[in-house]
Design a protein around this ligand. Sequence first.
Ligand code: SAM
Length: 339
Amino acid sequence: MNDRLGRPLRNLRLSVTDRCNLRCEYCMPEDDYRWLPREDVLHFEEISALVDVFLTLGVDKVRLTGGEPLLRRNIDRLVRMLAAKPALQDLALTTNGVLLAAQIDALRDAGLRRITVSLDTLNRDRFKTLTRFDALDAVREGLAAAHRVFGRFKIDTVVMRGVNDDELVEIVEYGRTLDAEVRFIEYMDVGGASRWSPDRICSRQDILDALTKRYGHIEPLLEPGSSAPAERFTLPDGITFGIIASTTAPFCRTCDRSRLTADGMWYLCLYATEGLDLRGPLRAGASPEALAALVTDGWRARDDRGAEVRLALGDRRAFVPVQDLLRRDPHLEMHTRGG
Ligand code: SAM
């Protein structure tokens, strides 16, 4: 099933909670938020039923995210329910790593096979400033556990000028010790990035320049037909890394991702201001066929190119002003919608 720009529905990012145990300044900088009402948050059985609908329509990849997905109680039970679905070819989870060491065995036993850990700095004081929690040691334990249990995994690093752009080599080298592929993400003006400004972007080119300076020639890895957001590269010694250039070189034309929030709102673009409510019809007893018809109509009408439209604006400020984030609609937040 293709949308209006010929893009298939394949990747579903499932946010399982809007809560987080960090307060990263580029994502969730405030102390308090308007949280999703608890009674609106989907039960695992409801999530599983919606995933079944998506699977019949072409989705074959699901990534659990949040907020911080490991804050959702018994998340391994959801993993077990999803991992048992034969049509689901790829089940992954993105975490900040703080609670990972304690949960990783249960997650693996439940059937999780792929994990991405976010890590923006290896400097303890900087971590504290950036996230407002002194949790770098816990994250390192989580990263070591990910290596022990999964062997290879991914590390995602948001790069911000003047904040952590001096740590790129260190993070690549750290990834090497854990057999983790590092992916550098350009700072995006989405959701909670209310302190975003263009001069804080460290672009794909800046990242390549910094790594070339240290390692020499960097070879792009050609992956024709890939819809993955990261462009991958190889260093002279064979180490690979990725860059997700969502801000300066958006990849809307191949975007096959959509997002389901913890309360069952379905968003077709990270920048979309409107979503489609699937919780309402689900709880009102809609059949799987009726839900599939809603999703089909939504996807067929999709023509979103949020990141490209933002880029074309030229003069950019944060996508949603902070006062709107706090007072208007929690769904506009990155931590509600999932990264
Ligand atoms: N708590 C989990 C984590 O830390 O990975 C999952 C949710 S988090 C919203 C998912 C990803 O979005 C993280 O890698 C985070 O760094 C990224 N992210 C959040 N705000 C961002 C921004 N303004 N620009 C780029 N990436 C961002």
